[in-house]
Design a protein around this ligand. Structure first.
Ligand SMILES: *Cc1c(COP(=O)(O)O)cnc(C)c1O
Length: 378
């Protein structure tokens, strides 16, 4: 690395702001000048534009992606006395949301190639639930790193068991499976709008989507103290609102989401090519799907060495995630595992490493990452 070159960051949310600075500044000024800051015209317009972009009939904004998941569970009446199945190889937020709703998390193992839930395990626990747990009422499918889960067998298993399937799309805005966008196939879907996500606010934000009008209506009330009429709670609710400034910013950023996802795929293809002939395999893409590369993740048994060698070439890396949820001290004894355990999850946590990935990476920066990857072969 040349001493004047800085390390290429693994993520850079500021670059997303600078890429649309004039439009974003104008949107913020519009929201500020409106004199209305919470649940107003910008939020309503963003909900409509997001639902239209996604292809659902309804979308409901809220404070963050964790709340979006918890609000869906609450809206479905899933809480105390219920189990929700998901994975341990995820942002801790997925499991935190299940606990926020009052339900018990049941964590299943992943497919080692795609890092997504093993559908056979889901089918097995739905058919023959582990003893000592409350009834399983929902499964949360996490489309990790920007790639769809193997959703068809999961949906079939949930339908057979009469259980809801909720999609955690926090890393997969725009990902496709069988020609359909993720977030349109389960009963409801949660999206995080955290600054580094494929669609990121400049602060916290979340949105959930569904075709179930009554569910959306209940959640719309629950997110604001259960109000349908101002100051009168008809449901037990919480406070989880999306503010007008973030909604105005998100309307600007939604316009470039598809183009940004295409740029992420272009960067991924360049990394794939740079890995050819080397010791590492590019990420596995599921057949009949379109990955949106929230993260470009490699696997290696020599992670510390790989990270150090890339760093010496000016390339920053990250680990998503270093410790599976069930192995984190806060969750010791609080989560149940499936009968097969979580061996693949534990192995993945030791081996995954994420390369720099955001649409504003310049061709020159991508070239420097590729040079670092080619150096690994030597
Ligand atoms: C980011 C993320 C969330 C939570 O979103 P927040 O907006 O940070 O609350 C949930 N699930 C997954 C898989 C995530 O990556």
């Amino acid at each position: 690395m040349n001493a004047t070159q800085s390390i290429i960051a693994q993520a850079d949310p500021g670059a997303g702001y600078r890429a649309q600075q004039a439009e974003i500044d104008a949107a913020v000024a519009r929201a500020l000048n409106s004199g209305w800051y919470i649940l107003g015209k910008e939020g309503e317009a963003f909900e409509q534009e997001f639902a239209q972009w996604l292809g659902t009939t309804r979308a409901v904004g809220c404070a963050n992606g964790t709340d979006a998941l918890a609000l869906i569970l609450r809206g479905m009446g899933i809480g105390e006395g219920c189990t929700v199945a998901t994975v341990s190889h995820t942002a801790v937020a997925t499991v935190a949301a299940i606990e926020m709703a009052g339900a018990t998390p049941l964590l299943l193992d992943i497919d080692p190639d795609t890092f997504t839930m093993d559908p056979d395990e889901l089918a097995a626990v739905l058919e023959d639930p582990p003893p000592g747990l409350p009834p399983i009422r929902a499964a949360i499918a996490v489309h990790i790193y920007g790639q769809a889960c193997d959703l068809d067998p999961m949906l079939a298993a949930c339908q057979r068991a009469g259980v809801a399937l909720i999609e955690d799309c926090a890393q997969a805005h725009g990902a496709m499976l069988g020609g359909r966008r993720v977030g349109t196939m389960g009963n409801a879907a949660a999206f995080s709008l955290y600054p580094t996500k494929n669609l990121g606010a400049l602060g916290d934000g979340g949105i959930l989507a569904t075709d179930d009008f009554e569910l959306a209506d209940r959640i719309g009330a629950i997110r604001q103290y259960g109000w349908r009429e101002r100051y009168v709670s008809s449901l037990v609710g919480v406070n989880s609102r999306l503010d007008e400034i973030q909604a105005a910013i998100l309307r600007v950023k939604l316009q470039v989401l598809d183009a940004n996802n295409a740029r992420r795929r272009e960067i991924a293809a360049a990394y794939d090519a740079a890995l050819e002939g080397g010791p590492l395999s590019p990420p596995v893409r599921r057949a009949d799907s379109e990955h949106v590369f929230h993260q470009y993740v490699l696997r290696t048994g020599a992670r510390a060495e790989l990270m150090a060698r890339l760093r010496a070439d000016g390339v920053g890396t990250g680990i998503h995630y270093p410790v599976p949820v069930h192995e984190q001290s806060a969750y010791a004894g609080r989560t149940a595992l499936g009968p097969a355990g979580c061996a693949e999850t534990s192995r993945a946590a030791q081996e995954v490493v994420s390369l720099p990935m955001y649409p504003e990476l310049t061709d020159e920066q991508v070239g420097r990452v590729c040079a670092g990857l080619r150096n690994l072969a030597g």
